[in-house]
Design a protein around this ligand. Sequence first.
Ligand code: HEC
Length: 177
Amino acid sequence: MSRRRRGERLARIAILLWLPVAGGLLWLGLRPPQGGATGVVAKVRGDDGRQVITVNAADAGIISRVMRDNLAGLRAIEQALAEGDMAAVSRAAETWAATPGPARQSVTLEQQLPRQWRSMGFSLHETLRQLADDARRPDVQAETVAAHLADAVGACIACHETYRLVVAPGESGPRPP
Ligand code: HEC
């Protein structure tokens, strides 16, 4: 076979191999929105613009528990700050940072929660660890701790602005302890 013929044949094979991929991409783009099914993230039209995460009742309970713990963690730090007790600030931040997030408590949530959710949760925990470290320094300024606290609340706000939950029937897979 001549070099040119072989070149043309390879080009044809390459095009043929690409067709299913292109078709698949087209189908992904054209199919109707996949709302409703558990774990699907969809933009809700005519709603408040947040993405919906559909979870089962047990997983909603896990998320709700974590969120109330978040609020309690925030208060523990602020109370220790009000008492001027930096060691207690550090301990409170450490305890909170070590509290496992929702994806660590349920297999289904681990699969369903979007990457961006996980990264916002991770950044919250990172901020808390930093806060705990800084509060332990003998020369720490209250402003430094306050700045970390503002970052932590920023993470709460960012995620709350992005997602809302809808509860739908479905099995959950709580993790064994
Ligand atoms: C990675 C995402 C994320 C982060 C970070 C986050 N939240 Fe949430 N939180 C949510 C979602 C989603 C809801 C449910 C909102 C809805 O459905 O309207 C929620 C709900 C809550 C609720 C209501 C709980 C209930 O029982 O109904 C509280 C309280 C709360 N969050 C506190 C916090 C605080 C305080 C922080 C930060 C210290 C925080 N959250 C950080 C995602 C997050």
